[in-house]
Design a protein around this ligand. Structure first.
Ligand code: BES
Ligand code: MN
Ligand code: ZN
Length: 497
């Protein structure tokens, strides 16, 4: 699908995309040749402002048979010295979305026109691959008259004088990251009646099959034997059986220094007896976005095979109401032995995650990252562009922050102080309570989870605000974002433990 050329080939092409910085002079390279073949017409159009250099602005110039390409599609890149990764993503997204709308089957890029000192050609190639996947993603719907089958792009040609095998590697890696993110999006967008815990487990087992991961799926009976009172309490009101999904990727000779990736897999969150108001019930099919991010990251890991050990643990169940559902005033015993007084059945994620974190430790995870749509509180605190983080280990957090800076998935830390821990421990009946009240409740959730890490280095990522968007954007449509898929995978690739 992706091919490379050193220069504009003789063979007829439909569209050649050219990045154009402010004050570009057509003095050298392919563009100079093209300009000459067009009798200096390009430099005239640039001078008169008819070809816009404003970031993301598109200008079509038809070549009327004078070149082996029908059309030049210029995309404005703004000031060359301000060119960076995020802008490149947006510019490429704009181009891919426009090409998709036009139902083109092939497109060529003059890759070297997108390069400056901060963004080398390999990076541009990576961004092209990643952005192609992200920006053209479509949400699968269930309409009888379904979205007209999009014509897929059959060929992308990258024209560059740089080493083609490096560019190819970069493009393919970008594509893997983009596709893994899209897989996560698809899981999150799926209706909750179709994506049950059983289906999520089936999906994970297919992933295990494809990438040769070790697979373990704990059924309810085994959870009972193991004393997983957290996830079982959440599942108590449901007719759907719970699943504890475990995937192991072994990238080292010995099973040591394993990274634990734990993802909240609540396939639907009604709130339970502490039922949500009717607006709050909307979109609660997305309460498994943490699980989806972990599975998306595992797909990327399976493709790229980094030299790391990774164990993914996903507690999967819905949170429903019935005569057998847990109620406030219940006291449960988690797998760790710690008891919890239930004050709010809508604070269910932390109960399921408590067992999953403990179980990841039993699988010898020595660092744990959990990802969860855990609290409305984090949305109030940080909004919808920034994932909230909490940690018990500075060095591990730095590694997550570093990866997130590279992927552009913003992360900001919230504190856990001793007085926060006191509030979580404040129960007359049990070791912990699951809901100390609305003040700082994103932090309360973090402090609760921390109690189950027992000192194992851990970072908690609360994606309640970032897992979905409510309008179409350049890097993806309305609905699931697949947030943290890329950050988790990159973190794993770069992990130093
Ligand atoms: N799944 C929700 C959190 C959530 C809210 C996700 C909005 C996505 C969007 C979680 O289980 C929940 O209900 N949290 C409660 C916690 C409270 C009971 C302490 C909340 O945020 O209100
Ligand atoms: Mn809830
Ligand atoms: Zn929830």
């Amino acid at each position: 699908m992706i091919t490379f050329e050193k220069t504009l080939s003789k063979q007829e092409m439909d569209t050649l995309v050219v990045g154009i910085f402010q004050q570009t002079q057509l003095l050298e390279g392919v563009l100079k040749d093209i300009n000459e073949q067009l009798d200096g017409y390009l430099s005239a159009l640039l001078k008169s402002g008819d070809i816009s250099t404003k970031l993301k602005k598109l200008t079509s110039v038809y070549t009327l048979g004078k070149l082996p390409v029908k059309r030049l599609l210029f995309v404005g890149l703004g000031k060359k010295q301000e060119w960076k990764r995020e802008k490149a993503q947006e510019a490429f997204a704009k181009v891919f979305q426009s090409i998709q709308e036009e139902r083109k089957e092939e497109v060529a890029f003059l890759l070297d026109s997108f390069v400056n000192d901060h963004v080398p050609s390999t990076e541009v190639s990576y961004i092209a691959g990643e952005t192609y996947a992200l920006s053209t993603y479509k949400v699968k719907d269930y309409k009888n008259k379904s979205n007209v089958p999009e014509k897929e792009l059959k060929a992308i040609v990258l024209i560059s004088k740089e080493d083609h095998s490096d560019l190819d590697d970069a493009f393919q890696t970008g594509l893997v990251y983009g596709k893994g993110t899209n897989s996560a999006r698809t899981l999150v967008n799926m209706p909750s009646n179709l994506l049950t815990a059983t289906e999520l487990a089936r999906y994970a087992s297919q992933l295990a099959e494809k990438y040769d991961f070790e697979l373990e799926i704990l059924e309810k009976e085994t959870m009972q034997e193991l004393g997983m009172g957290g996830i079982l309490a959440v599942n108590q009101g449901s007719v759907e059986p719970p699943k504890m999904i475990v995937l192991k990727y072994k990238g080292k000779k010995e099973w040591e220094n394993a990274i634990g990736l734990v993802g909240k897999g609540i396939t639907y969150d009604s709130g339970g007896y502490s039922i949500k108001p009717k607006n709050g019930l909307m979109n609660m099919k997305t309460d498994m976005a943490g699980a989806a991010a972990v599975l998306g990251a595992m797909e990327i890991i399976g493709e790229l095979e980094p030299e790391q050990n990774v164990v993914a643990v996903i507690p999967a169940t819905d949170n429903m109401i019935s005569g057998s559902a847990m109620t406030p005033d219940t006291v449960i015993t988690t797998m760790s032995g710690k008891t919890v007084e239930i004050l709010n059945t809508d604070a269910e994620g932390r109960l399921a995650l408590a067992d999953a974190i403990y179980y990841a430790k039993q699988h010898k995870a020595t660092s744990i990252i959990d990802v969860a749509t855990l609290t409305g509180g984090v949305v109030v605190a940080l909004g919808t562009h920034t994932t909230g983080a909490m940690t018990n280990n500075e060095a591990l957090f730095e590694q997550i922050l570093e990866a997130s800076a590279q992927t552009g998935e913003q992360v900001w830390r919230l504190p856990i102080f001793e007085k926060d821990r006191d509030r979580v421990r404040n129960s007359q009946m049990a070791d912990l309570n699951n809901s100390p009240g609305r003040e700082g409740h994103a932090i309360m959730a973090g402090a609760f989870l921390e109690a189950f890490t027992d000192g194992t280095p851990w970072v908690h990522l609360d994606i309640a605000g970032t897992a979905t968007v409510n309008s179409n954007g350049l890097l993806g449509p309305k609905g699931a974002t697949g947030v943290m898929t890329r950050t988790l995978a990159l973190f794993v690739e770069q992990y130093e433990g």
